[in-house]
Design a protein around this ligand. Sequence first.
Ligand SMILES: Nc1ncnc2c1ncn2[C@@H]1O[C@H](COP(=O)(O)OP(=O)(O)OP(=O)(O)O)[C@@H](O)[C@H]1O
Length: 253
Amino acid sequence: MIELDSITFGYQPALPIFENFSWQVRRAEAWAVIGPSGCGKSTLLSLIAGLLRPQHGRILVEGQPLNRPRPQTGLIIQDYGLLPWATVRENARLGLRVRNFYGPDGVHAPADYQRTLDVEPWLDRLGLLPFAGQYPTELSGGQRQRTAIARTLALNPDILLMDEPFSSLDAPTREGLQRLTLELWQENRLTLILVTHAIEEAALLGQKILLLNQPPNRTAQIIENPLNLQPGYRESDEYRSLCRHLRERLEAG
Ligand SMILES: Nc1ncnc2c1ncn2[C@@H]1O[C@H](COP(=O)(O)OP(=O)(O)OP(=O)(O)O)[C@@H](O)[C@H]1O
């Protein structure tokens, strides 16, 4: 469970992006966060990742106050963050190398962490084994993003935060990775929070959708989307009507 309990945050305290804002995410839920540019979507992820701290209120993860990034929270960003001089396999191992360096200290790695560099199952699951010896510049955008996903999932996160992960990809690649994300979410019982500015993506991936608007955001506007896992949802009337509803809500501000 992630709990934002009456948080206030602004890069400049006089201009809060969130003001007395409360929101709860239960374990293994899949959320999409949508809203216009500058409404605070990435800021919200940084707060939940423990990279920013609210000026007021508190954030609890699994009942514990969040005072710094926790090793079980994975963050995937839009530009992949891959090392250009390392192969796909070595990029996928990067997080594990950091963990192995520190050991099971409860800060950089969970206290019960067992050192490993084994990323082969993830390379296999993400269809990357044929490219494992290649460098990021030799990959397509979709393969790069899959490498970033492998690197994060190799760390066995329980919370996966994704910030516009597919926005620079072409439509077929994006749709393939959207499907893969839903599969990985279900297989690994992840709590997923995906930030997107794309209405269609929010409707496909979010069982629940959090709508943000121009700051300050004071209340969590939540839209339920319980049918998103049903086969054929992308072609259904429910999906189209949800997209329309989201568009109207966003235009209304
Ligand atoms: N490090 C920072 N320092 C100061 N202001 C910032 C910083 N990062 C973001 N902001 C501002 O905070 C507001 C929210 O930014 P944020 O990136 O969270 O929005 P967003 O909804 O993710 O936008 P986009 O969809 O364009 O990525 C914006 O006005 C932005 O200019």
